[in-house]
Write a protein that binds this ligand. Structure first.
Ligand SMILES: [Zn+2]
Length: 243
């Protein structure tokens, strides 16, 4: 068996860590994108439902106004008839009866007018709300349409992307000795996904513990794999930042 040089193993671990980070991001997208998609869709649906309700309210108010106007017309005609009748009454009793009829009709007419006015005011409010909602709906629908399309496209290719990255992971993992790979996975699971770090100013780049001089010498030689004694992370020497 040909022994893989230490520097190569460490470099592969660095690559593996990058691929693992990418897989982590893709996993987040898998949860996040459908949520985002729903939010965009709901925003449009809610406005559409609001528009629908306002349209229904508009129809029913218009109907109420039509009925009220007819009612008012009829009451006023009856009132006119009663007033004419009043001129022709022959007895006090008859006069009282027609007079009472008139005041009843006047009361009815006033009530209908009041109701009619209220409906008209409501219609004004509903119509201006509908106008605004329709405008907003069109804007949001157009804006979200593009976003929704983008997310759907991303979701469609996500599984395939993940498979590709997983394949990349396997290819890299094959190049790492089993025991080292197992250690890498254990540390990565327990240390915020950071299993291999550069030495920074003679200290571990993960936990910042200063490394003993002898360990520094060994790291520079790159003849064996060295883990931080404190956090267990794989240590990588990089002249630029390490010394
Ligand atoms: Zn450490």
């Amino acid at each position: 068996m040909i022994k893989t040089p230490v520097s190569e193993i460490l470099q592969t671990l660095v690559e593996l860590q990058k691929v693992d980070n990418r897989l982590g991001e893709l996993d987040i997208s898998k949860v996040f994108l459908p949520k985002l998609l729903n939010e965009y869709k709901n925003e449009v649906d809610e406005l559409e439902a609001k528009m629908d309700n306002l349209e229904k309210a508009e129809i029913s108010l218009k109907k109420a106004i039509d009925v009220g106007e007819l009612d008012l017309k009829e009451t006023k005609e009856n009132l006119k008839k009663s007033e004419e009748k009043l001129l022709k009454v022959k007895s006090n009793r008859e006069y009282d009866a027609v007079q009472s009829e008139i005041s009843h009709l006047e009361e009815k007419s006033a009530k209908t007018e009041e109701k009619l006015l209220k409906s008209m005011e409501e219609l004004d409010v509903v119509q201006s709300d509908l106008k605004e909602t329709t405008k907003k709906f069109k804007e949001i629908k157009d804006g979200n349409k593009e976003e929704i399309k983008n997310i759907q496209q991303k979701l469609e290719t996500l599984e395939q992307t993940i498979k590709g990255v997983e394949h990349e992971w396997n290819m890299l993992a094959d190049k790492v000795p089993k025991r080292i790979l197992a250690t890498y996975r254990r540390i990565r699971g327990g240390r915020d996904g950071l299993a291999i770090v550069k030495v920074r100013k003679r200290a571990c780049g993960g936990c910042f513990k200063v490394l003993p001089p002898q360990m520094i010498q060994e790291l520079k030689k790159q003849e064996k794999i060295i883990n931080c004694e404190n956090c267990g992370r794989f240590l990588l020497w990089d002249e630029e930042v390490s010394s």
